[in-house]
Write a protein that binds this ligand. Structure first.
Ligand SMILES: Nc1nc2c(ncn2[C@@H]2O[C@H](COP(=O)(O)OP(=O)(O)OP(=O)(O)O)[C@@H](O)[C@H]2O)c(=O)[nH]1
Ligand SMILES: [Mg+2]
Length: 396
């Protein structure tokens, strides 16, 4: 199953620009709030070093392209409408659109750090983006709170024990991919005492629990967007002092310009790189845009966009890339394609999990796995390492 991630943030923060840059899907971008109404979904990529370099072989990718030794592993991304303060009470576009995006494994908060738009997405000056961080956390919490409250209403008038509560919450939140262990962890970290009757639970404690549950179950990184705007750097510095999120400076607009120019054959640019090469004929306007971009890259070393995706998937979600092959001697599939596929697996993903990821049938017929680098047999419950190349053996 493809890993899903969601882009959230205030209106006009650059969610759709970020989305378009990473998926090259033609979505609407504009400087007024609530440009996006219906959710956009698309395919983006996280990057890893392709083992073909280290092994001295040529790869023939199928699901995950390889450019100059960088492997691009697909993920699914959601771009939704902007959230404003009071969205849970119906302000702006409300909050019902969070349904899709909150099923994601993790979130990217696209935050406008230019100080030129407020939390409502309106043009202003000298705005402190940390207000928007708090607004977003609040609105996400209130959205999750509504889900919990639906459950609590039915538990209020009956005597319930700890296990009943956990089971009820687990059922209620399972659609969001939230597990029992997340719920138990959030309870232990929060001020909510679930041993007292539900009717005595205080709103403050319930919200504290929800907030912990959100942070545990939906890891988030902040994309400090529009860092190309003068003055943004100062806001970034202050944000980093205030929050312990991973905050990554980026310019979705520059990334989009680079990817579009690359698509049109004007430049050679590998997402995440600190440079690009002009390979086509540029007009004067394009030349001056490229000069601006070059100066930006000199300073920031990359647009930050690829870094944001990789940080969420590898850093926060702790996923790893594994390469299934059929022939462990040639690192290939049956047809001789070398390192054909690259899959993302959870931190604890085992050889058997990989088999099921490839296909349910392969999982069911699993008999053994071989580490193609060492040619050693590994067990079904062997926890795979990032970059492992594994051959799964099945019974006929
Ligand atoms: N300078 C600069 N402008 C940007 C950047 N990213 C987006 N913008 C501009 O910000 C404005 C809003 O961009 P959108 O991508 O439509 O923002 P959004 O968050 O999707 O907005 P809604 O759909 O209304 O919620 C547009 O004018 C973009 O060109 C950036 O990195 N730098
Ligand atoms: Mg949008």
């Amino acid at each position: 199953m493809t890993v899903e991630i969601g882009l959230v943030g205030a209106p006009s923060s650059g969610k759709s620009t970020f989305f378009k840059a990473i998926t090259l899907k033609d979505v609407k971008i504009a400087s007024y709030p609530f440009t996006t109404i219906e959710p956009n979904e698309g395919t983006a990529f996280v990057t890893a070093k392709c083992p073909h370099v280290e092994l001295g072989v040529q790869c023939n990718p199928r699901n995950a392209p390889c450019i100059d030794g960088t492997r691009f592993i697909p993920i699914k991304v959601w771009d939704v409408a902007g959230l404003v303060s009071g969205a849970h009470e119906g302000r702006g576009r409300g909050n019902a659109f969070l349904e899709d995006v909150m099923k994601s494994r993790g979130l990217i908060h696209i935050l406008d750090v230019s100080g030129r738009t407020n939390s409502d997405g309106e043009t202003t000056e000298g705005f402190d983006p940390s207000e928007t961080v708090k607004m977003l956390e609040n609105e996400l919490d209130y959205w999750m709170l509504e889900i919990l409250n639906r459950e609590l209403r039915s538990l209020k008038n009956i005597r319930v024990d700890y296990d009943t509560i956990i089971v009820a919450m687990e059922k209620r939140f399972s659609g969001l991919g939230i597990k029992k262990i997340d719920i138990e962890k959030a309870i232990s970290q929060s001020s909510l005492d679930v041993s007292i009757p539900v009717s005595m639970w205080q709103d403050y404690d319930i919200l504290d629990f929800i907030s912990h549950l959100r942070r545990i179950s939906k890891p988030m990184v902040i994309a400090a967007n529009k860092i190309d705007v003068p003055g943004a750097e100062e806001n970034l510095r202050r944000l980093k002092e205030k929050f312990d999120y991973e905050i990554i400076p980026c310019s979705a607009e520059i990334e989009l310009a680079l990817r579009e120019a690359s698509e049109r054959g004007l430049i050679k640019y590998i997402p995440g790189a600190s440079t690009f090469e002009v390979v086509g004929e540029l007009n004067e306007k394009q030349k001056s845009a490229m000069k601006f971009i070059e100066e930006f890259l000199d300073k920031w070393k990359s647009t930050g966009v690829q870094n944001v995706l990789n940080t969420l998937v590898f850093g926060k979600l702790k996923m790893k890339v594994v390469y299934p092959v059929e022939d462990e001697v040639h690192f290939s599939d049956k047809k001789g394609n070398v390192l054909p596929d690259a899959f993302l697996l959870d931190e604890n993903g085992t050889a058997l999990d990989l088999a099921y990821t490839i296909h349910e049938d392969i999982g069911k017929k699993f008999i053994a796995a071989i580490d193609a680098r060492t040619k050693r047999r590994v067990s079904a419950d062997y926890v795979l390492k990032n970059g492992d190349i594994i051959s799964i053996k099945t019974r006929k």
